[in-house]
Write a protein that binds this ligand. Sequence first.
Ligand code: BGC
Length: 748
Amino acid sequence: MTELNIQEKMIIADYENKINVLIDKMTIEEKVGQLNQSLPSIFGAFGMTKDEIIEKLVKGEISYEDFQAMERDYHKDDLRRGLIGSMGGITGAELSNQLQKIVIEESRLGIPLLFGLDVIHGYRTIFPIPLAEACSWDLELIEKTAEIAAKESSAAGIHWTYAPMVDVSRDPRWGRVAEGAGEDTYLASVIAAARVKGFQGEKLSEPGRILACAKHFAAYGGAVGGRDYNTVDMSLQTLYEVYLPPFEAAAKAGVGTFMSAFNDLNGIPCTVNKFLLTNVLREQFGFKGFVVSDANSIAEVVIHGESVDRKEASKKALLAGLEMDMSQGTYQQDLPEQIYNGDIPVDGLDEAVRRVLRVKYQLGLFDNPYRTDCNLEEKVLLAPEHVEVARKMAQRSIVLLKNDENILPLKKNLKKIAVIGPLAENKKEMLGTWAITGDSEDVVTVLSGIQSVVDKNTEIVYSKGCEVTGDEGLDFNTAVQIANESEVIIAVVGENAEMSGEASSRMDLNLPGRQEELLKALHQTGKPVVVVLINGRPLSLPWAAENVSAIVEAWQLGIQSGNAIADILFGDYNPSGKLVATFPYSVGQVPIYYNHPKTGRPASKIKFTSKYIDGPSEPLYPFGFGLSYTTFEYKNLVISSSEVTKDSKVTINVDVQNTGDRSGEEIVQLYLSDVVASRIRPVKELKGFKKIEFLPGEKKTVSFEIEIKNLGFYNDAMDYIIEPGVFKVCIGPNSKEGLEGEFIVVDY
Ligand code: BGC
């Protein structure tokens, strides 16, 4: 964040005064109201309970469309009484302005409402899932998609997104890996900052910008067994070195809000965790915004068994540093009495209210509570330039995992191509998790993407073969028959959207249902099989990796899925993505991640070493891996100095040449490792990368400048230290290959 100029300082002083004046006028209930986020409720309408409505939905007696169209209760009386500071789940300029109007014109103090929503990878223009976007390693483009998401959602009345999710996770069983940037701390940190910048811009009050929220604080991705909401138990060193840096990066980038995580951390639920919410967040990171709970997470502290009732939980949450209660009215119900009887000091409440009001000022809501209108909304949503960026981002999110004998790119003038698989002609599943405001009608399917790029005379034949899960609709016969008639088979398989994301942990990472059998049947035809994977997490695919001709990891790419996949398959775009999470051979290897600490018995042929007896200990595809249609050669690793002091920098250069005959982008990766230290260090850690475009034959010197102060770690006493000694350098195309060198950090 840049330094403030005099004028900006005056504006802040001005709104700080206004906030104080406002706080003086507020009743306890109104103050608590500012800390209360409400959702429109549907349950109870039509004389049906929540369970009854859900049962009817599940049975299909109420369609999802009808459910969405059901009349909601917007708690208008509470809005008039100033008891709600923020609303979730509201979409559309018309409705948000209508509700804002009630608050502005009919409540005593007219404090504007803050509308929040999960705008995770686009609003109407749905981009690739965050995990996929991260595989582009393209910070500029990642910032751009967040900027577009902000533009569209703010036009639709949203002020605040619960994104980015910056949780590092090393466990692909955890469904929420789809929402983050993968397993690496450094990459997740720079991506966190890019996303915050994209949403918030330089100034929150600029038109088209929204407030971001770094979530879920903290270590949610460390859930034991990869099971969502499960307990998290880790050393403070791992917390500080692996899980916290992306949050700190978001705070440094100026993120306005944080969300507490559902899980406990070493026995204390994050929602009431003073160490996290005050010591780390406020005191160490210097965070000035406010913290929102996760949905109902204050009340859930009672279920955790940490507090006896909601009253105790809400007191602990507020005093720990959690300002806003999401969705269950716990604060509203349980705080006022405790303030009146002196159990909670009113100063604590005022400070929390001040933090919320400050953000509302920064968003410009006091000057202009209606930031949009229906015309703007109509104009901005799904604008052609947004769709164009969606295609570009989708192309760059794809990772080419295998390409035997350069079968890809395919020629556009083949006679007949068989497109097979349950996800080949699907729209809905391409959107991925958290695409609540997307419309599957906007999606280009893989089949239609392919049809639109091939020559007129190329015949495309399609068969579904099977469903993603289960045994219904099995028809291998037709699939095999059309495969036999074709020159190449494109098999589009993977996961449904709801198989990743929240509450979607898996205990198996194989292709679900009968899909692998389908691949085997297709392989038996002897025709080349190109597998296109649509999924929200790393999968274990040893059979496919061994047997099919090519594997294109396409993830869930959003509305431009089909076009982007066709661009890759037929060579209109040369794949440049690299994995941000390790692919295991088997779920039994999980957690498996590249930057693991060194063991005393690294795997070797010797029996008593760290490995499995029934399969490889190496990953199927390592972190940072991805192929291109061209080739790159790395040469001449040069380190500026063989000895460096702790407060200095080292420059590391390498020559990279495109040795193929087509242009391509390469993500050059720099890994470092501290060879000997008083606490054992990871085998290597990513410390820099550059994504660079090369013309055929072109050679460039790629340069990295590393500050030695960033190479430290936390010792036993939790002091951050840099120890003298040898550091190994590795620069290459992924975490397994590269040129090696070293330098020494000296103490004088
Ligand atoms: C999720 C959050 C999300 C919130 C609001 C929760 O269940 O954990 O990530 O932002 O719901 O929808």
